[in-house]
Design a binder for this molecule. Structure first.
Ligand SMILES: [Zn+2]
Length: 367
């Protein structure tokens, strides 16, 4: 076997780092490359299974090249701490494992891949371009015992058909390299590729890298939509119009150049009552957090038990006062009534923690 094909088939992972390994998640089908000190931990993306080592040659992923660009982790530690602390405090009757210190201790930095594509676009386009204009009319109004003329301005749009020919290079059009990217961005906000810098192997220290599950040929359709939006915008600007509609084009694309960009994400998790990992994601640029909230039925039962115990004490006092009222002092009966009502009132609230935990968990389960 020649040296090049050997590099292509067997040693591709060496380009990521010395001793790096390939691991996969049986639950979310994520494929990761990671430094040796991070092996076989819980999947940092779905948390549902431990990562299992894969043979880099037999299980060659759809895309194995190291990235060209990286968006560095920029969220300040203070911001991450605050986000995690607020989240941990936001759940009443939280599972015992949902604690700020545990979430922070399990914080794992993960790089997610994204595509940037440069492409030369040629073709004809046609669209209706809208131009804003104002009309001024006069309205007669009866005011203060006399007729008065009022100027009324009204905005309108004049639509005109336009067409043209385009030949331009569009750089850095974004396309997803991961099926889950839209879902992740809907939770913690979009990543800003503007912050990118050329990739250095040192950027990977202590970090797990998610390999693309959508190679360029898969992601191209989405890139075309992004390019079309940019082209339509350019045509509108060239026409000096304010709006555009019915954009149609017959493009041909050439000289596509794909760049893999890594996006920074922190993940953590806590275990709920059923020992299931619930994921917490933090945006590596802004520190914005998204976590699944689960309440603990165990805690809810404990609180309900305390409330019932307090109600039982009130009930005993009521019975004692009743006994007193019927035997010694009649005025104790009025007190017995009052404390009795209190016992029933307090006892009734015991259902609240149970209802709350059930409600929070049923929301969390909804897709
Ligand atoms: Zn997974």
């Amino acid at each position: 076997m020649s040296e090049t094909s050997q590099m292509g088939n067997e040693s591709w992972i060496k380009y990521w780092g010395e001793d790096w390994v390939l691991e996969g998640c049986a639950s979310c089908n994520g494929v990761f490359v990671l430094p040796p000190e991070r092996v076989s931990q819980r999947c940092p993306v779905c948390g549902q299974a431990a990562l299992a080592q894969m043979n880099a040659t037999d299980n060659r992923p759809v895309y194995t090249q190291p990235p060209e660009m990286v968006v560095p982790f920029r969220a300040q530690e203070e911001v991450l701490r605050r986000s995690v602390s607020q989240f941990a405090k936001s759940v009443w009757l939280a599972p015992a494992d949902l604690q700020e210190s545990r979430l922070l201790g399990r914080l794992q930095s993960v790089y997610l891949p994204m595509w940037l594509v440069d492409v030369q676009v040629q073709g004809d386009w046609r669209a209706e371009m809208g131009f804003d204009y104002e009309i001024v009319s006069h309205r007669e109004q009866f005011k203060n015992s006399g007729w008065q003329t009022e100027r009324v301005k009204e905005k309108r749009v004049r639509w005109e058909p336009r067409l043209g020919r385009l030949n331009r290079i569009y750089d850095n059009q974004v396309a997803p390299a991961l099926e889950q990217q839209a879902e992740i961005e809907s939770k913690i906000g979009r990543f800003l590729p503007k912050d990118q810098k050329p990739f250095q192997p040192d950027d990977l220290t202590g970090t797990i890298v998610h390999l693309p599950n959508r190679p360029p040929e898969d992601a191209w359709n989405e890139a075309v939509v992004v390019v079309q939006t940019a082209v339509s915008q350019d045509c509108r600007l060239a026409s000096e119009a304010d709006h555009t509609r019915g954009f149609k084009w017959s493009p041909s694309f050439a000289n596509q150049n794909w760049t893999q960009l890594l996006l920074p994400l922190y993940t953590s998790y806590y275990l709920d009552d059923d020992n299931q990992a619930q994921m917490v994601l933090l945006h590596g640029q802004s520190g914005k957090l998204h976590g699944i909230r689960r309440a603990s039925m165990k805690q809810a039962r404990r609180v309900a038990g305390i409330i019932l115990a307090v109600a039982a004490v009130f009930l005993l006092v009521t019975l004692a006062l009743l006994g007193l009222g019927f035997t010694v002092a009649e005025e104790a009966l009025a007190w017995a009534g009052l404390v009795g009502v209190l016992a029933v009132g307090v006892g009734g609230t015991a259902v609240l923690p149970l209802l709350y935990a059930w409600y929070v968990n049923s929301i969390a389960k909804r897709p």
